[in-house]
Design a protein around this ligand. Structure first.
Ligand SMILES: [Zn+2]
Length: 253
């Protein structure tokens, strides 16, 4: 089993060794360790050198977008030229709390799309209250860019549109919440060869840990719920989502 989106940096988890032991006990054999700022990109590299289970990425989250977005981007370009990363991101658009730097967010996303194309790497997209703008930017790179819509919470209809652009749909803890209609709809219906699973730890812990600190071993609750919704065997679903992950991120066995 693979957690395709985790921020389980050792700087945030004092009990990292125990948390990783719980992962192994639950059959999690790989974790994509996602950076989202200069400091967390560095953390992802450091931890991946220390623990085999981690596969690091580097990106600039929309929260990093401000008047100095170009400096942030250049910092990222320099970083990925010196470090092995498996994806660009997370990056994207987030209009939920603050839209002051909407234009800078868009520019920073476009630059990272171009970087992913140039380096032939997948991109990890964060999208919150910005579906149409995100879609319109990604559409510009159709046929050249591949990636994942992380912790996807949009409609089934839009999920199909992102799939048409060459994207995978990743579902996290919210699919296990009783009242989350749309993620359950998406989980039930999207093509299996485009489905990924994740935790987004430390955020968005699945039921029965909702509201608590999340960790990669909890990804099993998410896959169990998706298997239940699709009336599938968990092992069979695990095999498929694992193959999808290996293909998208070019991981070697
Ligand atoms: Zn994240």
């Amino acid at each position: 089993m693979i957690d395709t989106h985790s921020h389980m940096f050792s700087t945030e988890y004092e009990d990292i060794d125990l948390a990783l032991t719980r992962c192994k006990e639950n059959g999690i054999n790989k974790i994509i360790l996602v950076g989202f700022s200069h400091d967390t990109n560095i953390n992802a590299q450091k931890d991946s050198l220390k623990y085999d289970i981690f596969y690091p990425t580097a990106g600039m989250h929309p929260d990093e977008a401000g008047p100095d977005y170009l400096d942030k981007y250049n910092e990222l370009v320099d970083f990925v030229s010196k470090n092995k990363v498996y994806a660009i991101g997370e990056c994207g658009l987030d209009y939920h709390w603050d839209t002051t730097y909407k234009e800078e967010q868009k520019e920073l996303l476009k630059l990272q799309c171009e970087l992913a194309v140039k380096l032939d790497l997948p991109i990890i997209i964060h999208m919150r209250d910005a579906t149409l703008d995100t879609y319109n930017i990604l559409k510009e790179y159709k046929g050249k860019l591949r990636g994942v819509m992380h912790c996807y919470s949009g409609s089934l209809e839009m999920a199909y549109e992102f799939i048409k652009l060459g994207f995978y749909i990743s579902l996290g803890g919210p699919v296990t919440f009783k009242n989350s209609k749309e993620p359950k709809e998406v989980a039930k219906n999207i093509p299996l060869d485009r489905l990924l699973i994740e935790t987004d730890s430390p955020y968005l812990a699945p039921t029965p840990f909702r509201g608590k600190r999340n960790e990669s071993s909890f990804v099993k609750y998410t896959i169990e719920e998706i298997a239940r919704l699709r009336e599938m065997d968990v092992k069979e679903l695990d095999k498929i989502t694992e193959e999808n992950t290996m293909r998208l991120f070019n991981l070697v066995k």
